[in-house]
Structure formats: structure tokens, C-alpha cells
Design a protein around this ligand. Structure first.
Ligand SMILES: [Fe+2]
Length: 299
């Protein structure tokens, strides 16, 4: 993507959200979030918001470098917790938060094998012994536990369903907490966008089917939490994306045409991220990460 196009997108964002600017143009270019041209006009047709239950803990965390959202969910009674898409650079921050809250990390899960940052799941399981790393079998990446479509991850009294949502990568999954009305969509569905499909087994037809069959089939008022946002928006809903996603409101044929003609730049971090992410972020690390976590990563 050209610098001028990034500039245009940033300008659009500033008009819509005057106090929010994209932290990094390279991160924005990575997934090319093009905002919908028309703002939400009415919420009249949206059904009532769902509130999480009293014993459900939820915290959204952010990495300013890759614009990645990580999510900490927990059962407040048993204290069992799951973290979704942690970033290695901030694994020490996340471990401290989990420790301070008195939570017991059960799983560190990835929605897919990321290409824009190194996963924190490997370091976290070292920092918080007793926890396990998780990724889909289809990702072909190393982890303690592999999941597939239909599997359930339990934490205390809560459950998270695994839904296979390939298309951005073969191994992409969406995690759904039905009782809480929330889903973690990874890069399959982003806020007014979606993950690119031009590398890592990307396939626009599969992504379109994944979104329609596994995400848009959820109730309209389910809140959706993506793996990234470059514009400071925290979440979306099934209803919003069905109405206003500039790509996914199109026909499948039009969507494929759009995705096949994005002409995006080569991902800046992919050569560093993928080798490490194939092995759970435990090996093939850049020197600064080896140094930062040398005490926990020693054999
Ligand atoms: Fe991705």
C-alpha cells in the first residue's frame, strides 16, 4: 500500500475520531483497515446489549507496536483464567496483571499463527507454571494443546467454544463465549475490515464463508473482539459488521475481487514472527527477546 493511501486512511480516521490517531502506519498497512464510508445512522434495529455475568471477569489489553488486542477472561469464583493472543513483548506485563489479580492462568491461546508479532504464549507458560499454550491443529504450530472446530475450553464455570474460521490463515479460529454474548474473532473479522488473504494460505472465499457461517450466524447483539484495531476502536457487534463492514456487506464475488486487488506491502514483521510462532514463541527469537526473557527461557 502506498504511503499516500495510508495517509488518506489516517485522515479519514481523524475526521471520524478527532482524538484518535493510528500509532503506526506499518501496522495499519498490515491489515488495511478501510473504514466504512458512512457512519452508523440508527441503532433502532439493534437488539438489546448483553452484559457479562457477575462471575465473568474480562479485561482488554493492547500492544501499541503491533496494535494487537489481547484479552484476559476469568471465572471470579474458581479464579481460572484464559488469555487470548498475548504478545511476547508484553508477556511480563500480562503475567503481572494475572498474578496481581490472584488469577490462575489455565490457557494462553492464539486465534491463529500470527505474522505481525511473536506470540506470548510460550513465555507466559514459563512465567506462570501450570498454564498451557493452545493453538489450532490446522495452524500446524507447536503448543501444549491443540484445538479444532467444536472443541470447548473450560475455565471455572465458563466455556469458550472453538469455531474454525479459516481464510486469513488455514488455522484461524474464533472463540465464542455464548453465555456472555461475546466472541474473539482474531483476524478473521476486524472492525469494519478483515485480515488480508494474500499470504499464509490466505483464501478470500474461505474467509467470506467463515464470517457468514460462523460469525454472522451469531445473534446480532453479540459483541465481537478482534485481534487488532488501528483506529482506537475497542469492539464491534455482529449487527454493526453485517450492516457496515465495507467488504463483507458485498457479494462473495465482489469480496474476492476486493481482496485479490489490495496490493498490500509485504508484512514488515513476518520473517521475524513466523519462525518463532511455529514453535510457540519459545525459540527462533530475536536477540532482544532472548535477552529479556533469558531467565525464564533457559533450558
Ligand atoms: Fe494475522
Amino acid at each position: 500500500m502506498s504511503v499516500s493511501l495510508v495517509g488518506k486512511i489516517c485522515k479519514q480516521t481523524v475526521v471520524w475520531y478527532p482524538k484518535i490517531k493510528s500509532p503506526l502506519s506499518f501496522a495499519q498497512a498490515f491489515h488495511l483497515h478501510v473504514r466504512s464510508p458512512s457512519p452508523v445512522k440508527s441503532f433502532a434495529s439493534m437488539t438489546q446489549q448483553i452484559h457479562v455475568s457477575e462471575n465473568f471477569f474480562f479485561k482488554q489489553l493492547f500492544d501499541r507496536v503491533s496494535c494487537t488486542y489481547s484479552y484476559l477472561v476469568a471465572d471470579t469464583e474458581s479464579k481460572e483464567a484464559i488469555i487470548i493472543d498475548p504478545v511476547i513483548d508484553l508477556a511480563d506485563r500480562d503475567a503481572k496483571i494475572i498474578d496481581n489479580l490472584g488469577l490462575k492462568l489455565k490457557y494462553s491461546v492464539n486465534t491463529h499463527m500470527h505474522a505481525d508479532h511473536i506470540t506470548g504464549t510460550g513465555v507466559l507458560k514459563k512465567l506462570l507454571p501450570g498454564s498451557q499454550s493452545v493453538i489450532s491443529t490446522a495452524s500446524q504450530a507447536l503448543a501444549d494443546k491443540h484445538v479444532a472446530h467444536g472443541d470447548i475450553l473450560e475455565f471455572g464455570n465458563h466455556k469458550m467454544e472453538v469455531r474454525a474460521t479459516p481464510g486469513h490463515t488455514n488455522g484461524c479460529v474464533t472463540y465464542v463465549c455464548h453465555e456472555q454474548g461475546i466472541a474473539f474473532t482474531g483476524d478473521t473479522l476486524l472492525i469494519r475490515g478483515c485480515g488480508r488473504t494474500d499470504f499464509q494460505e490466505g483464501n478470500p472465499e474461505r474467509l467470506y464463508d467463515s464470517v457468514y457461517n460462523q460469525i454472522f450466524s451469531l445473534p446480532d447483539n453479540f459483541r465481537l473482539f478482534p485481534a487488532h484495531d488501528y483506529n482506537g476502536i475497542l469492539d464491534t457487534t455482529v449487527w454493526e459488521e453485517k450492516k457496515f463492514n465495507p467488504r463483507l456487506t458485498k457479494s462473495k464475488e465482489q469480496f474476492v475481487e476486493i481482496m485479490n486487488n489490495l496490493n498490500l506491502a509485504y508484512p514488515a514483521q513476518i520473517d521475524k514472527a513466523l519462525p518463532a510462532n511455529k514453535v510457540c514463541g519459545l525459540y527462533n527469537l530475536p536477540p532482544e527477546m532472548e535477552e529479556k526473557y533469558k531467565s525464564v527461557l533457559k533450558p
